[in-house]
Write a protein that binds this ligand. Structure first.
Ligand code: FES
Length: 82
């Protein structure tokens, strides 16, 4: 898989988030999350590992994309408007 992605196995994807843990994994209860959002509101979850508000996106991916010619971005979860 690493060969297919063109990545060196020695290059970490995660630069600084929770490095003391063997594996960074989180789980969200989608129904609980939906009760925290107003209708039409969204939550943006970081996929670039560079956010200072991780696991939420803070826009750091834009700088990364400009600097590296990349195209990463968050996953947005919306609550439908009523
Ligand atoms: Fe990581 Fe936006 S800051 S996806």
């Amino acid at each position: 898989t690493l060969r297919r992605l063109g990545r060196s196995p020695a290059r970490p994807i995660n630069p600084c988030i929770r490095k003391d843990e063997k594996k960074v994994m989180d789980a969200f209860d989608i129904e609980d999350l939906m009760t925290r959002l107003e209708p039409g509101q969204k939550v943006s979850l970081c996929r670039c590992w560079l956010s200072e508000k991780w696991p939420y996106c803070d826009g750091a991916h834009k700088y990364h994309n400009q600097k590296n010619g990349d195209n990463v971005g968050p996953v947005n979860v919306y609550r439908k408007k009523a």
